[in-house]
Ligand binder design. Structure first.
Ligand code: DAR
Length: 343
């Protein structure tokens, strides 16, 4: 661990935590410790080691958001652009709207995911190995009881045949060791121990266990049937919520290790090929921004766009409901497809 003192960020650092962590705030927080032993020093590791971090801080448990609230709140206000006086409301129910690209002319795949953490356990960047095994056992017993079209199987990485792991990777069902930001935060500790992937028999539902958060519950398919995908995920979330106590805060919604993923913790997006709009970046950007959508590279966060295939997803997660996210994405995609066809 990199020892911290006030002048802890390099001049090259562009992170929000550097912007908001004043000397007095640092001195006020540096000796605080949460019940699980999480400290400011641990929270800042990734942002110190990676000056190009956008945020630069992770929570190690639910209590971090209270214990270090004087640094988390300004970052949350800046990133999510919300008024914290309002409670975050959850609205997650079945929806019914037409797909934005019924013939699949543009949309190559659709994906909706939520992050969830289980009460009583440290987050992925701070959890001890024994605790991670206990968490894995508790969650897998609930996943294994899923029935109907959610029924599936769990593959623990450390006992997964390399041939099976290769197959899961080919089917893009699994996840790899975390990137350098996650690594510096502690998310890769003891990898791959206590990690694994659950997938339903029809492969539409996947649950990553102990990646950046305890659970990443994902519904994914190659069609553009956003409503069907969202409804499938909603069923899974509501089923799991009956037996797993998800960490949720009145103001911040569902809590996650990275403050960018709180609130709904939902990212709903598509891979969409826009040959013409791809040559009109300012038009593409104005339409996405106008619909609260963000553009990522083809392989996701911090990657580049290949062959005009854009990863387009919701930019808001907090102060908006799950249903508003998916209907907003649908409206935004219709506007993009309309613009593409007009060019
Ligand atoms: N790389 C970290 C986190 C950014 C948000 N993405 C997540 N959580 N995967 C940063 O501070 O840039």
């Amino acid at each position: 661990m990199v020892p911290v003192s006030f002048d802890l960020f390099s001049d090259a650092s562009t992170s929000l935590v550097k912007q908001y962590l004043s000397a007095e705030l640092f001195n006020q927080l540096k000796d605080k410790v949460t019940a699980t032993g999480f400290t400011l020093e641990k929270a800042l590791q990734s942002g110190i080691i990676n000056p190009d971090s956008a945020i630069g801080i992770y929570a190690g448990d639910a209590q971090s958001y209270q214990c270090f609230s004087s640094i988390f709140i300004p970052i949350i206000l800046h990133y999510h652009g919300v008024n914290l006086g309002k409670k975050h409301s959850t609205d997650i129910h079945l929806v019914d709207f037409q797909p934005p690209d019924p013939e699949g002319k543009y949309i190559r795949s659709s994906r909706v995911r939520v992050a969830r953490n289980i009460s009583g356990f440290s987050f992925s960047n701070h959890i001890a190995l024994a605790e991670r095994y206990r968490l894995e056992k508790q969650v897998v017993s609930v996943l294994s009881a899923l029935g109907g079209d959610l029924k599936g199987s769990y593959c623990p990485f450390e006992h997964c045949e390399s041939s099976q792991f290769k197959l899961l990777k080919q089917q893009q069902l699994t996840f790899e060791k975390g990137d350098r930001f996650q690594d510096a935060a502690g998310i890769n500790a003891d990898f791959p121990k206590g990690r694994g992937i659950f997938y339903s028999d029809d492969r539409r539902l996947r649950v990553w266990l102990n990646e950046e958060d305890h659970l990443r519950i994902i519904s994914q398919e190659t069609s553009a049937d956003l409503a069907g995908l969202f409804n499938h995920l909603t069923k899974a979330i509501l089923e799991l919520e009956k037996k797993l106590p998800f960490v949720r805060d009145e103001r911040f919604g569902y809590l996650s290790s990275c403050p960018t993923n709180i609130g709904t913790s939902m990212r709903a997006g598509v891979h969409i090929q826009l040959e013409k709009l791809g040559q009109r970046k300012e038009l593409l950007s104005s339409i996405t921004k106008g619909h609260d959508l963000q553009i990522r590279g083809t392989q996701g966060e911090k990657t580049r766009v290949e062959n005009n295939v854009f990863d387009i997803s919701n930019s808001r997660r907090l102060g908006i409901s799950e249903v508003d996210i998916i209907t907003g994405l649908n409206e935004g995609l219709k506007a993009l497809i309309d613009a593409e066809e007009k060019l």
